[in-house]
Design a protein around this ligand. Structure first.
Ligand code: URA
Length: 426
């Protein structure tokens, strides 16, 4: 491995220069091995936040991260593979109905997921609300389940892009998570290493998302689509709204119940719309000509869900845990609910116990927020708007504080905006 003076590399990026391929390869390897110190990599991450990485640098950076770990290979499966990644939003339970739905269309879905940190929930935390369900699978178990059932949602093993694990933890505590190049390389290094044949990205835009404005979200989507395409993964992205939570629930067990409603043919219209939009993208990207709406309607997606949960020792028929305390937030006047802010609801659910502040914290399966009205709904003074669910009643006051200013009742209905804003392809 050639040696570089890391301070020189930091200065180059700080002053707006570009790093060579050899410098980037060395930096990522040396950081992963502990040769480059955390404080040096923090300075580099901050320099990248301000100066960015050009396309060549980003591609080299992403490949260097992939090369720090293993690469999975699903090409021996009897059907094509497609995965979805969401940049994270409040009430975003779409993976739960989506994975079995796409599998029911004949496409295998290797969904290697993480746990939640902060105001957006993690897919594994949601599924762990199901009694008995197990997130940790070996690579062999995941492969077998993909062949037998067609869908697996499990913990991403520590072998995939270990450089990202270390760098993400560092970015989290140094105010550098928001660097678009670092988000793109973080997400795409894991997805490319996972070995999926096709990938659909759900890039969230709005108050409850990482990307608060459309320009940033579009740039993130374009850069991720370019990285995936260059790596031979058929990649597309949808830009979708995250100003208000998805569906009527935010919280682990509450979101599982809502996902099962969708699989049973019901559920909130926005969750159904986004599940179908992403399913169509995945099925098309995998080269399969099946209509996901038909598979949802005929119950075959629900059949795959039940088999998928059972294969990981979960009981799809067991009742989900209920919260010990439920507090209601009511409308303060007659009118139309004009705003229900995703970030406010996400923070409230988190404070009630649905999320964690540190990665070792436990989460409550039953905690969260149930929304009884959504923007555009007519409401009357005193009518319940939100239910706050928790097993720890002393968290309720802080959750209520998070909701102050987070919803608004007006005389007029808000202008309705489409859920899917744009589609980005290579
Ligand atoms: N999710 C990731 O995996 N990485 C990021 O940098 C941001 C969101």
């Amino acid at each position: 491995m050639s040696e570089f003076a890391v301070v020189e590399l930091i200065r180059t990026k700080r002053d707006g220069g570009s790093l060579s391929d050899a410098e980037i390869d060395w930096l990522i390897r040396a950081y992963t091995q502990g040769v480059v110190a955390d404080e040096q990599m923090s300075a580099m991450a901050m320099a990248i936040l301000f100066r960015g990485l050009d396309d060549r640098e980003l591609s080299t950076w992403t490949n260097a991260m992939i090369n720090t770990g293993e690469r999975l290979d699903f090409s021996g499966l009897s059907r094509p593979t497609a995965d979805k990644h969401s940049t994270g939003g409040v009430g975003d339970k779409i993976t739960l109905p989506l994975a079995p739905l796409v599998a029911a269309c004949g496409v295998a879905v290797p969904q290697l997921s993480g746990r939640g940190l902060g105001h957006t929930g993690g897919t594994l935390d949601k599924l762990e609300a199901i009694p008995g369900w197990r997130a940790e699978l070996t690579n062999e178990e995941a492969y077998r389940q993909l062949e037998d059932v067609g869908a697996v949602i499990c913990a991403a093993g520590s072998g995939l892009a270990p450089a990202d694990k270390k760098l993400y933890a560092l970015r989290d505590v140094t105010g550098t998570v928001e660097a678009i190049a670092l988000i793109a390389s973080s997400i795409m290094s894991k997805k490319i290493a996972e070995g999926t044949g096709a990938l659909v990205l759900d890039v969230k835009v709005g108050s409850g998302a990482f990307m608060k404005n459309l320009d940033d979200a579009t740039e993130l989507a374009r850069r991720m689509v370019a990285l995936g395409t260059a790596a031979g993964v058929n990649t597309t992205a949808l830009l979708t709204r995250m100003d208000t939570p998805l569906g009527m629930t935010a919280g682990n067990g509450l979101e599982v119940a809502e996902s099962v409603e969708v699989l049973a043919g019901g559920g909130p219209a926005d969750v159904v719309e986004l599940t179908l939009a992403l399913a169509r993208e995945m099925v098309q990207a995998a080269g399969v000509d099946v209509d996901p709406a038909a598979r949802l309607a005929d119950g075959s997606a629900m059949d795959v869900w039940r088999r998928m949960i059972r294969a990981q020792d979960g009981d799809p028929d067991a009742p989900l845990p209920g919260a010990q305390h439920v507090e209601v937030v009511s409308a303060d006047r007659d009118g139309v609910l004009a705003e229900l802010d995703a970030m406010a609801v996400g923070v409230a659910a988190w404070r009630l116990g649905a999320g964690r502040s540190r990665k070792e914290d436990p989460v409550q399966a039953a905690a969260g927020v149930r929304m009884l009205a959504k923007p555009g709904d007519r409401v009357q003074a005193g009518q319940p708007l939100l239910e706050l669910h928790t097993d720890t009643p002393d968290s309720i006051a802080r959750a209520q504080e998070a909701l102050v200013g987070g919803w608004m009742i007006a005389d007029q209905a808000p202008e309705s905006t489409p859920l899917v804003i744009d589609r980005i392809t290579a």
